[in-house]
Design a protein around this ligand. Sequence first.
Ligand code: AMP
Length: 120
Amino acid sequence: MSYDKNNIFAKILRKEIPCKKIYENDYVLSFYDINPQKKIHALVIPKGLYTDLDDFIRNAKETEIIEFFKAITHVADLLKVSNISGGYRTLSNIGKDGGQEVPHLHFHIFGGEIVGKMVT
Ligand code: AMP
């Protein structure tokens, strides 16, 4: 699947639409989900244009991959949901069967309460 430059997260990265930013560096942007499913619901996205996790792992530079996964833990620390303060769930939906709605790689971070069953 080729990358759709008109997806909503591409527009957020280009600052065409706003987001409630949590963290940003050269490689990633993190912001609150507009429709939170848990008390804390954040998203972490790479600045590189990748449709999903498979595209990212196959095509991104190692530095991009390392910085992306480091950023998830950093954001969990900023949100005070890391495993020293209760824990959280991170997940990434991939493609149609995975329930992915926005075709720019993102990891969800859910926390601030017991998240519940893994899959519904
Ligand atoms: P997914 O189903 O994994 O593709 O998740 C896409 C997520 O993006 C959903 O949880 C949406 O609520 C969220 N979302 C869509 N538009 C925005 C937006 N403008 N700002 C923040 N989150 C958004």
